[in-house]
Ligand binder design. Sequence first.
Ligand SMILES: [Zn+2]
Length: 335
Amino acid sequence: MKKKRYAQQKTRRGLNAETDKSHGGENHQHQDTIVVDDDATKTSKGGRARGTNTNNASLPTAKKPKGKCGTCKSASCAGGKKCPYQEEFGKPPTPDATEEVNEGASVAVVDIEFNEENDVCTVNEVGACARSYTNGTWKKETEEFKEVTKEKLGWWGLKNCKGLNEERKKSNQDFREVSEKLVRYIKKHKIKYLLAHGVVSSDARVMVKAGWAMGIDVIREWKEAGIKGVIDTMRIIPQHNIKALRHLDGKSVLSNGVLFKRASEGATMEARGLQEHRALDDSKATAEWVTGLPEVADVMFGRPRKPTAISIAALGAYYAQVRKHKEFLEGRLDA
Ligand SMILES: [Zn+2]
């Protein structure tokens, strides 16, 4: 199986093969697409990409609360704004892109390989390559970023990330060191934005969470290094309704692999010498279609220029609130 839903694959890394109930049936029908709830693009509803929601996956089924209020899970609560806990502990809406990106700004396309199990995020590999756009042309930065941690791979990574396990055995660094190196790369190349297909729900979220576990405030470090925000192509495609990059049903966003093929005249990543599910090569594949298909530059730098970046402050506030909401819920479940 070559073509699969990219985001769902990432999500599945956190699940055991046995408990991965989503792996079958209708899930295998539209394998070229990622289904994104249209509400995910509206600030008022705060829906999220179906294929990337791992929050519930980390809760054991038996403990899953049945209450009707989304915040306090109490059956007697009317929910929404009527919930007394909503303001302080409510689940936040996923932030929209509100910032315009300047021409010439250095954008690092990032990708990670990771494992998420029992609510613990382990980063196995981080890859990045930088691009900038000036006067109608995308330019490549020459230096690429690729670091592998010594952490063990999950079943998904062992199965799919060719060569990564051999490299991780030779590695003696953890995510703290890789994160520091990424910050140095950001500073050296004056990177202003991090871009990934699903960066909010996947790459940035996992790095932030892995950082929390090690006492690192990844968002603050990125901000201090000069990062202004993140560009999530999976979210700006529906937000600005870029029809050419959506599935015909209007509800889904094409996957990284399909978008790459669009930009490469049908050639697969493999045919172009890129190893799927290795962080740097996946980031290069994303960079290939982001810079190769005119639609992305059009929305980012065309006239009128549209907001395509989520500010680093909004992203940090979002993850912090997600964490607060989750800890609140866990506290209630333990009580
Ligand atoms: Zn409530």
